[in-house]
Design a protein around this ligand. Structure first.
Ligand code: PMP
Length: 413
């Protein structure tokens, strides 16, 4: 076995010289998972850490969904391999849900059930991109997109829109980033990490622009049920139905139904793309866990009252956190209209010394806050937007209030 310290002939072999492939060696660890893990480890060690890092609801999965899974676990049909692209019943449930929420009609063969939305992201890029292709990526962006784009041999072209623009780029900015290599544009509305929601007009404009230039629209709709103040969710495919041949919708049960641990997502696209992605998945993971798929059917076909209760709780926390963060001098806080994140611009507090730490970047700031206030926050660097912090407000009201109070007290010193 090669221990990494071998000598002699092993160290001169090509395998020893380059232990990790270039492609995989270039991947950064997920910063959001890292912050969450750090917070959980400190908590396990007895520290009173408050974590704003997690990108997941803090609620248990609603009981009827859990009961459906319990029944499924007892049914031997679910103990076997099932069709790689997903249980037919789940693909049909996704079709119905997409009709209801997106106002878009698709066929079951256009749906591929994946191990969470994350696998849908990866497989979509792997299926539509070739080496040398470019993907226009509005920034701040969710940290997984650039890695998935690069794994496909392509390159992300970030287009940064700051707090002054509510974190939404204009079409003119996207157009300025377009080249003859542009193959796709990524849309994430409501957005992780900013909570920004594209308006129906902006989505229509984006869709028409992409259509005019033959660019794929990859639309991540995983937060579609979490919008506030009556802000509507708009699916790009309902706004511009002509995109049907060049659009992939990404979605899953994780955020809507508090099911992050169940690992069920899906991609919806033109039948040829879904068939190709399905071939890829057949060699990668085969079918998604049948019990989780049965739970997802119960989620999609079931009542939405538990979802609405969670949304109301998130909305309450959103108001609290926005109010409290806005009161901190040097923070600029656009009001998020969706998802469960708030993304202040913190450039106003950089350049100071906090505790024993000189804080030059938002990464330094997040580290200083974790060290001196025992509050875990993800720095903007993880989202292609240095100078910002991402707070998830999917945590208990009391913890949320105390956590922000601690940050405020630290920065007021
Ligand atoms: N898209 C976005 C924008 C997300 O924030 C996440 C979760 N952080 C996902 C997709 C993937 O979610 P999952 O794999 O848990 O379904």
């Amino acid at each position: 076995m090669n221990t990494g310290q071998s000598t002699g002939s092993a160290s001169t072999s090509p395998a020893a010289a380059r232990r990790v492939s270039r492609r995989v060696g270039a991947i950064s660890p997920s910063a959001t998972l890292a912050v969450d893990a750090q917070a959980k480890a400190l908590k396990a060690a007895g520290r009173p850490v408050i974590g704003f890092g997690a990108g997941e609801p803090d609620f248990p999965t609603p009981a009827p969904i859990v009961e459906a899974a319990q029944q499924a676990a007892a049914d031997p049909r679910n103990h076997r391999y099932s069709p790689g692209a997903g249980l037919p019943e789940l693909r049909e449930a996704v079709v119905r849900a997409t009709e209801r929420t997106d106002g878009v009609t698709v066929e079951p063969r256009q749906v591929l059930v994946t191990n969470g939305g994350k696998q849908a992201v990866y497989q979509t890029f792997a299926t539509v991109l070739d080496p040398g292709d470019e993907v226009i990526l509005p920034a701040p962006y969710w940290t997984t997109y650039p890695e998935a784009i690069r794994l496909a041999g392509a390159r992300e072209v970030p287009v940064l829109a700051g707090a002054d623009q509510g974190y939404l780029p204009t079409i003119a900015q996207l157009e300025a980033a377009r080249t003859e290599r542009t193959r796709a544009v990524l849309l994430c509305s409501p957005s992780n990490p900013t909570g920004a929601v594209w308006s129906p007009e902006q989505i229509t404009e984006l869709g028409r622009w992409a259509l005019a230039h033959g660019i794929w629209v990859i639309s991540d709709e995983i937060y579609q049920h979490l919008t506030y103040d009556g802000t509507p969710f708009t699916s790009v495919l309902s706004a511009v139905p002509e995109l049907a041949d060049t659009c992939v919708l990404l979605n899953g049960v994780a955020k809507t139904y508090a099911m992050t641990g169940w690992r069920v997502g899906w991609m919806i696209g033109p039948a040829d793309i879904v068939a190709a992605a399905s071939n890829l998945q057949s060699h990668l993971t085969s079918n998604v866990n049948n019990i989780a798929q049965r739970a997802a059917i119960a989620a999609l076909d079931g009542p939405m009252d538990a979802v609405e209760e969670m949304r109301i709780a998130f909305d309450r926390r959103r108001r609290t956190i926005v109010e409290k963060l806005s009161a901190i001098e040097g923070f600029t806080v656009p009001v998020p209209e969706g998802a469960f994140y708030v993304f202040p611009d913190v450039t106003g507090v950089l350049g100071r010394t906090i505790g024993d730490t000189r804080v030059e970047t938002s990464g330094d700031l997040a580290a200083a806050i974790l060290k001196h206030a025992e509050v875990a926050i993800v720095p903007g660097e993880a989202f292609g937007a240095p100078g910002h912090l991402r707070f998830s407000y999917a945590l208990a009201d009391a913890d949320l209030a105390e956590g922000v109070d601690r940050v405020a007290a630290l920065l007021a010193r």
